[in-house]
Unconditional design. Structure first.
Ligand code: T4K
Length: 400
């Protein structure tokens, strides 16, 4: 074990020579990418609903067990198109603040007014009990987020939405390959949106998708995503170029084919994190409920600084220096970010659980390029840091 003075933050050598990032890239082998890209260049068909983009729509719908998958350029555009496809240009949408800002920004771009809701401390997602008191005559929709791939109360939010005649959409950006009671998370709500960003478990560099069983909703989403006359299926009030390119679709198809093996490897690494970090004082690692499955792309830990001896920020600082690039997702909460924080309605908003999670959550690296030995080494570092917490805290407080 290193002496407290030997940690990289105080001038020692970092544990890892290269940075280990959160959202490690799940990339297919180069020869597969080369073959796919050769085909694109030979066909000279790069975008505008080419064969790979059409194939991906079908493959992803089949993967989720839904009638329609409408692939778009990224997860943010998926949310923008989705909100418009639901038919709303104004009204209030109940949405968590504890999410990547894209969730709220996209809905706001689509004309909806966010009403920020606190989340459950256990799952980090919205609950029907928290959403109910926020419903007003202006509410048109509830937007849950399956954060970290954790199901966002699908049944109770559906019951609440039905009781008040509200639309229910789920931001499932993190949830490719995740299930709830055996059902893929894309099957819940009026629709769900996905992200295939480079850091996601299915990686198309950039990419997104809207999934739904509703034929009319799908027709509107398809019409909104493109200006092409051949893509005109429904009357809509706005359209955008949100198409997925052939390059993205090629990567997405290859990545989807490797999803199961990537999840299996993620799960093995997650189990090591769980076994090693789960019992350390002040560390709570999020794990799926018995009836749920996760893609384990995010290894999320909540730190109780009193018990751990170090705050989340102090631990993150020490780990960063060791080239263990943990992330403090998603701090600050979206309601405390521009443009919302400057708005009188949000300035004094109190969301106690969100604020606590913003202070205490840290996400550890996972994904295909990581080995189990990497995880063991990361856990060794965390364990050693916590053992020396008292001394390190004093050193950190002295050095400011
Ligand atoms: N809803 C939710 C709940 C989301 O989390 C997101 C996106 C969206 C909606 C919107 O979906 P998209 O429009 O993005 O498809 C990253 C991603 O950019 C973002 O997609 C993701 N969520 C979010 C959770 O993570 P940052 O700001 O953390 O990205 P960045 O560039 O710091 O990357 C994270 C780490 O990954 C870095 O430390 C380095 C590594 N990395 C990243 C890229 C881009 C690489 O090694 N190679 C790369 O090419 O947002």
């Amino acid at each position: 074990m290193k002496h407290p003075d030997q940690w990289a933050l105080f001038g020692g050598k970092p544990t890892f020579a290269q940075p280990l990032h959160v959202g490690q890239l799940n990339l297919p082998q180069w020869d597969k990418i080369e073959t796919t890209f050769r085909g694109i260049f030979e066909r000279q068909w790069y975008t505008n609903h080419g064969p790979l983009a059409r194939e991906f729509d079908i493959a992803f719908a089949r993967h989720l067990g839904v009638k329609h998958a409408i692939a778009v350029s990224n997860g943010t555009v998926a949310l923008m198109v989705a909100a418009r496809a639901l038919g709303f240009e104004q009204g209030e949408v109940i949405v968590p603040s504890f999410t990547f800002p894209a969730t709220v920004q996209a809905l706001s771009w689509a004309g909806l007014t966010p009403v920020f809701c606190d989340v459950s401390a256990a799952t980090h997602t919205l609950t029907a009990e928290q959403a109910r008191p926020l419903i007003t005559p202006s509410t048109v929709a509830i937007a849950g987020v399956h954060l970290w791939g954790q199901p966002c109360a699908p049944e109770s939010l559906a019951a609440l939405a039905e009781e008040f005649g509200l639309a229910l959409l789920f931001d499932a950006a993190h949830a490719v390959g995740c299930t709830h009671h055996g059902r893929p998370l894309g099957q819940f709500g009026d629709l769900a949106t996905f992200s295939f960003h480079a850091t996601k478990v299915v990686n198309a560099a950039e990419g997104g998708c809207i999934a739904t069983d509703d034929d009319e909703l799908a027709a509107r989403a398809r019409t909104i995503r493109s200006f092409h006359p051949g893509e005109h299926y429904a009357a809509v009030t706005a359209r955008i170029n949100g198409k997925m390119s052939e390059a993205q679709a090629g990567l997405a198809l290859l990545s989807l084919a490797e999803l199961e093996s990537n999840i299996t490897a993620n799960r093995s690494r997650h189990i090591i994190y769980q076994q090693r970090l789960g019992d350390l004082p002040g560390m709570r690692l999020l794990t799926p409920e018995a009836h749920d499955t996760s893609n384990h792309q995010y290894v999320t830990v909540v730190i109780d600084s009193e018990r751990a001896g170090l705050s989340r920020d102090q631990l993150a600082l020490l780990l960063d220096a060791e080239n263990i690039m943990c992330r403090r997702y998603f701090a600050p909460g979206t309601h405390q970010l521009p443009p919302f924080r400057d708005h009188p309605a949000y300035r004094t908003l109190s969301l106690p659980v969100t604020e606590r999670l913003c202070r205490d959550v840290i996400v550890f690296p996972n994904g295909a390029p990581m080995t189990e030995d990497d995880v063991v080494k990361i856990c060794d570092v965390v364990e050693a840091l916590l053992r020396q917490a008292h001394t390190l805290r004093a050193k950190l407080e002295r050095t400011g």
